[in-house]
Each structure stands twice: as C-alpha cells, then as structure tokens.
Design a protein around this ligand. Structure first.
Ligand code: PLP
Length: 466
C-alpha cells in the first residue's frame, strides 16, 4: 500500500532529500517531509485505480473503512443533498435533524442500555471522548482517584495524546511521549504467540489472572476503565480466545471498572453486525466507540455510545453544575450524520447478510495460504483477516531478519492488482464488504503469487532459508 517514490518538489534541504508539502501519517525522522506515496485516482466497488492506470482490489478497504465500497451513488447523492440543505449547524447551541435521527437509529441498534451517543470526528476523538467521560464521571461521583486506564499490548486506539497512550503495538512508544502515569497494559490476548506448551484454555486463565493481579496491586478504587478492541485490528487481527472478553467483562463489573469496547473497526458490518460486542461476543459494554464504517469512509465521523446508567448516575450526583467541558466543532455534523443514516440503510438492506454468508468462504480461502512456508498463521473473523509471516514455524518467530516483509508482499501484490495493508511481518485484509466470491478468489490468487515471489526474493538475498 505504501510504495514510496521520490518527491518532485524543489525544496532540497541539508539532508540531501527533496521536500514535499504533504506530510503523510507515521513518517520516520530521516524521511519526514519527503515521502511521496502512490497516488490513487478513483475507485469503483472493491477496486481503486492508481495514477499508473492500474485497477487494484482494495484489500484493506482504505483503512478498514470503505465498507459499502467505492463510488456508491446513494452515499454520493446524500452528501451533495445535505450539503445543499443544511451544511453545518453548531452543536453548542443548535441541533439538526440528521444528527437526531442517527442518534435514535444507533440507540435502537446498540446493545442493552447504550441509549445515548456523542458524535465525534473519527476514532481517536471517540476514544478520547470515552476516556474523558470516564474521568468526569468519577470526578463528579467523588472518586477522583479512580482514573487508571487498562489496555493491552498489541492495541491501537488512536493518535490523540490520551488515546495514543493506550496503544501497545511495537514501535508505538519508542519515540513518543504519552500519559503513562495514567495507563497500565495487560498482555496481548494473542493465542498464536502464547507461551510454548500452554493450552488455549490455560492462556485464557492466565490473562484473567493477570487482570485480577493488576487490580489487587493498584486497587480497584484507582482503576476507571478497561479499553479493548473486541478483535485487535492493527495489532494483526488478533481474535481472542473463546471466553476472554466475557471474563474480562465480568471482572470489570465486579470492580466497578467501566468496560469500553473500541469498535472503531468491528462495528458497521465488518463482522456481519452493526455492533459486534453483544451480537458476536455476547458482552454488554458500558461504552462503545465507533468511527470508520459508520459512514463507509465517505465523511469523517465517529462517536461513543454511552449507557443510560452512566448518565443516570451523573444526573443523580451532588454536582448538578459540574460541566463535561468537551466537544468538537464538528460533533453531530449534519453531512456526516446524513451519510451515516443512508450507510446504515445500505448495510441493513442486504450487506450485513452478505457478510455473514460470505465470511466463511473468505476465511477458508485465505487460510489456504498457510500451505506457503513463509506463512505462520492466517486468522480472522467476518471480513477481516491477518496473514502472519514467520521465519521459522517451530518457534513462530516473527521475521526478525526482515521486518519489512509485509511491505515486500505488498509491492509484489500491487504489481499483480491488489492493495495490501502491510504491518511489519503481517498483511491485513479487510476488503469492502460487498466483495464477491470471484473477487475473493482473485484476491487470494494474487496474495499466493505475491507471497511466493517474496519468498524467492528472501532466499535469493540470503535472508531466509525457506
Ligand atoms: C480500534 C481503533 N480505534 C481507534 C482508531 C483511531 O481512529 P482514527 O484514525 O479515525 O482517529 C483506530 C484506527 O485505525 C482503530 O483501529
């Protein structure tokens, strides 16, 4: 996905590298302000066309977001119509019909008593909102020490200061500051890399015990929230062990710790349901954060579903004048909300059903890639999957020799007609939800060729023995 080419700008600095005005996310210091990525020109359904005129299957659906596919006419129409109607209204002192309607629709679909929604501008701001609400909640309830936030290794929750402090993927914190005094991390619930000789059931028991030990050490009176992606997405599509989420949920309940399900990736169809927490994993969170698929990426929008209980507790507190001093200029944006309403109708008009029907085929076809020597595991759920490459299958070592193996696969796959999301030694696949069986076959065929070519390169360069 991230093929780099040199800049055409004239701004040549002391580093000898040419500068370019557009700065892309996650740059490294030695190339900051100089990286130019492949330009995408247009899209249609599951395909995007690049500047070289190549039609590529959009393997990651942008960033797990273009759920209904590219160039969707109904979404384009609603964008234009809403922009020509009410373009914007301030959420500070007005409301608007699309926001009110969308809030009702989401409250009807969210599990249990998640009857309120606060709209944000994306996933990071949704997580940030949930965390600040937890802090406010405990302040107002006279528990100012109950603020620690527990997340997991391998997690990704965003790029604002507090949400980023919860991240636990390799390299997330090497050079970045964070609110570490407020955060605690548990082990990554990754069954593939569980210690040798430990069964899946024992691993789940260990994860539960670890959370209990942390609570004992810190004190429940100091822990405000546990934040978890139901399936760790950017961590490599890590599907937890069967009862893990249930068990973590139960611990939170026991200790009055808010359970925040970060469904920025898993909501809005990726797992075949609008929200996955209850429908797929049988858990009832206190808050659910969402973004991305809520508008299929046609407009930046996110939000937090909040339980009636939290608001009830706030209303009943002794601090009726305490203000939740938090909000965004673009909270409840009428265009974003109008797009989300139409998107929801499209998802419920057959796409969710399609996902549930085709997901087993998607997983089974991708799983066949495990016959390649470089592939340690293919795992996933719904229409999301991770392909993890390993240097040696006995130890399941990640490819320490070449952490860029995902990028190598991506480069070959792009030549063959597929965009891949490379993540160190992994490739993540999460195509638009409208993908057909034939397109899945094409995607897997290209991946097989791309991985085979990568294996040949690694052997030729003496980096891998095969
Ligand atoms: C689970 C999860 N939470 C939060 C975010 C942050 O969302 P955004 O990039 O829209 O701020 C992401 C982004 O990939 C995500 O995967």
């Amino acid at each position: 996905m991230a093929t780099e080419r040199s800049s055409t700008s004239n701004d040549q600095g002391a580093s000898g590298k040419r500068g370019t005005p557009l700065v892309q996310p996650w740059p490294v210091a030695g190339q900051i302000g100089t990286t130019v990525l492949d330009t995408m020109l247009s899209g249609n359904g599951v395909y995007v066309k690049d500047a070289q005129g190549r039609n590529l299957i959009d393997g990651p659906a942008g960033m797990w977001c273009v759920n209904v596919g590219h160039r969707n006419q109904p979404l384009a129409d609603v964008l234009r119509d809403q922009a020509m109607g009410l373009t914007y209204s301030s959420p500070w002192y007005t409301s608007n019909n699309p926001a009110e309607q969308l809030a009702r629709m989401l409250a009807d679909r969210a599990p249990g008593d998640l009857k309120h929604v606060f709209f944000t501008t994306g996933g990071s701001s949704a997580v940030e909102t949930a965390l600040r609400l937890m802090q406010f909640y405990n302040n107002v309830r006279g528990r100012p020490d109950k603020k620690l936030i527990v997340s997991r290794q391998g997690a990704y929750h965003g790029s604002t200061y507090l949400s980023a402090s919860l991240n636990g993927r390799p390299r997330d914190h090497d050079w970045m500051d964070g609110a570490s005094a407020l955060c605690r991390k548990l082990s990554c619930p990754d069954p593939f890399h569980r210690p040798a000789g430990v069964s899946v059931a024992e691993f789940e028991g260990f994860l539960e015990a670890e959370f209990r030990e942390l609570i004992q050490k810190e004190g429940a009176a100091r822990i405000g929230a546990f934040v978890a992606e139901p399936v760790q997405a950017s961590g490599g599509v890590l599907v937890p062990t069967p009862h893990y989420l249930e068990r973590m949920r139960a611990i939170c309940k026991e200790h009055d710790i808010l359970f925040i399900a970060d469904e920025v990736v898993t909501a809005f169809g990726r797992l075949g349901h609008i929200f996955a927490s209850k429908d797929v994993f049988g858990i009832q969170p206190d808050m659910i954060t969402f973004a991305k698929g809520v508008t299929s990426g046609y407009f930046p929008l996110g939000g937090v579903m909040v339980s009636s209980k939290i608001f009830e507790d706030l209303r009943r507190s002794n601090h009726a004048d305490a203000m939740f001093a938090h909000g965004y200029t673009y909270s409840s944006h009428p265009i974003g909300c109008a797009v989300a309403i139409r998107n929801l109708e499209l998802l419920e008009g057959g796409i969710l059903e399609h996902v549930r029907a085709i997901a087993p085929y998607f997983q089974e076809r991708l799983k066949s890639l495990e016959s390649l020597a470089l592939v340690g595991e293919v795992r996933g759920l719904g229409l999301m999957a991770g392909i993890e490459c390993v240097a040696d299958r006995k130890s399941n070592n990640p490819l320490e020799l070449d952490l860029e193996v995902g990028k190598r696969i991506d480069r070959h796959c792009q030549e063959l007609g597929l965009l891949v999301r490379p993540l160190i030694n992994m490739c993540v696949m999460s195509p638009p939800l409208v993908i057909t069986a034939d397109q899945i076959d094409d995607m897997v065929g290209i991946l097989r060729d791309g991985i085979s070519k990568t294996m040949d390169d690694l052997v030729r360069e003496g980096l891998w023995r095969g």
